[in-house]
Design a protein around this ligand. Structure first.
Ligand code: ADP
Length: 437
């Protein structure tokens, strides 16, 4: 800004100088003796001198006794020249124009015009002061505004840090960070995300605690039975068949529990080793139905609905386990004279396996939890020991299906009962062939 204003002011001066110079030369028709100079114009502050070719001053428009050249160096120039000259305390802008007769190119004299640069300099000085003050003021104001707004923006973050520290110190994941500001600004989003993370952590810790309690509980019962039977045999000093059978049954139960837990742990962490082979799901289903009919005995009717030939890619044993768990549950929870209906079909690019029963159905408050580890509905908790499961069957089924890229859904069956539906992607080209046994 400073440079632009300076250049513009000097250009303005130069313009006045050159316009006046050429007006004088044109008017005199290059006879320097008849040159008429304009009177000293105080508003423009123009000083004019006319020199003849012998460098004698023949005319000037200012009354002082100064008779030297306004620009002694420029006086000898043969082309028009602008120069800044210091004259005493004054600073002048001087234009020197040689006066040449047109045609013959003869130099007849020299015209020198000068204007004071003091006004330009004082304008520059004022501008410089204004600019410096302006820069200092605006920098200070901007700095202050930045400091205030940063402080305002960071204050809620300090609160977040304090709250997070309190949560860590108190080891209390149920606490949440309060925030009164707008929900959608950056801080609001950060706090919301942080609170969501806390909720997730709280759920994870709670489920871990619950899991330990559940495992402890499940292990204690069979171990107590085993210990009781062993004490009894020791007291009687003989091996009792009934006690041995009871011990054996409890050991089987423990083995199943440990097997289920290991499987679930692997499946949940995505580390369950799964074969990727072509599996004829219809054959698997028929096989399981055949085995399960024994379990259902004549207690209920097991019906096979529509069944399609369906090929999926995956682990045959694990998929069989899913079918066993679902049909097993249907048989377990359906009262005598009930019905279990099984079906298999294709919808779009997916296989759809359904197991529905006419049992008591799953209460709506249990529905969101039935795939959780160790979750058992109220009624199943009070079942007899034989019919009592660990509450792991559906979690295992859920994770096996998930690891096969499928989904498992549950819905009430009208007018009474439950329908489980398993969706699996149909086999594509990248699946190994089924091993020939
Ligand atoms: P469980 O060993 O108790 O059967 P699951 O994980 O297989 O454990 O099932 C979890 C809970 O879901 C059961 O306790 C039961 O309350 C409910 N459930 C599962 N299948 C059925 C069904 N076919 N009919 C009614 N309730 C069911």
């Amino acid at each position: 800004m400073y440079v632009a204003v300076s250049i513009s002011l000097v250009n303005q001066r130069d313009d006045i100088l050159s316009r006046t110079a050429y007006a004088i030369i044109n008017k005199s028709q290059v006879d320097i003796n008849v040159i008429t100079l304009p009177p000293l114009d105080l508003s423009q502050n123009l000083l004019i001198q006319v020199w003849n070719r012998d460098y004698q001053l023949i005319r000037k428009n200012f009354p002082t006794s100064f008779t030297g050249a306004l620009d002694p160096v420029g006086l000898h120039s043969i082309t028009p020249i602008w120069r800044d000259v210091k004259l005493g305390d004054d600073h002048l802008r001087v234009l020197t124009v040689p006066i040449v007769i047109e045609g013959s190119q003869r130099l007849v004299g020299t015209l020198q015009l000068a204007t004071y640069l003091n006004v330009v300099e004082s304008t520059q000085r004022v501008l410089l002061i204004v600019l410096v003050i302006g820069i200092i003021l605006s920098t200070t104001t901007a700095g202050l505004a930045a400091w205030i707004s940063t402080k305002q923006a960071l204050t809620p973050l300090e609160a977040v840090t304090q709250n997070a520290l309190q949560i860590t110190r108190a080891d209390d994941l149920s606490r949440r960070i309060p925030y009164q500001g707008p929900e959608n600004d950056e801080v609001g989003q950060l706090i919301r995300t942080f609170n969501q993370t806390l909720s997730r952590l709280e759920n994870l810790f709670n489920s871990q605690r619950r899991f330990l309690a559940d495992v402890g509980h499940e292990l204690r019962t069979p171990l107590t039975v085993i210990k009781g039977n062993m004490d009894l045999m020791r007291r009687m000093s003989q091996i009792d068949d009934e006690s041995m059978a009871s011990i054996e049954s409890e050991v089987d139960r423990l083995t199943r529990l440990v097997g289920d837990l290991l499987l679930l742990a692997q499946a949940e962490s995505g580390k369950l080793p799964l074969a990727r082979r072509l599996v004829e799901l219809d054959t698997v289903l028929l096989e399981v139905l055949h085995q399960m009919r024994v379990l259902a005995k004549d207690r209920m009717q097991m019906r096979l609905g529509e069944i399609d030939q369906v090929l999926v890619c995956g682990d045959q044993d694990r998929l069989k386990q899913v079918v066993v768990n679902l049909i097993g549950n249907a048989i377990k929870y359906t009262p005598p004279d009930g019905e279990v209906l099984v079906g298999l079909g294709k919808v779009d690019n997916r296989a759809r396996l359904t197991v529905s029963d006419t049992g008591p159905g799953i209460p709506s408050e249990d529905l969101p939890h039935i795939f959780e580890r160790f979750y058992r509905g109220e009624k199943s908790r009070t079942r007899t020991k034989e019919g009592k499961g660990f509450g792991l069957g559906l979690s295992i089924a859920y994770w096996i299906v998930r690891n096969h890229g499928g989904q498992i859904e549950v819905a009430p069956r009208e007018p009474k009962g439950t329908t489980f539906c398993v969706w699996l992607p149909l086999a594509q080209g990248d699946c190994q062939e089924e091993p020939k046994s």
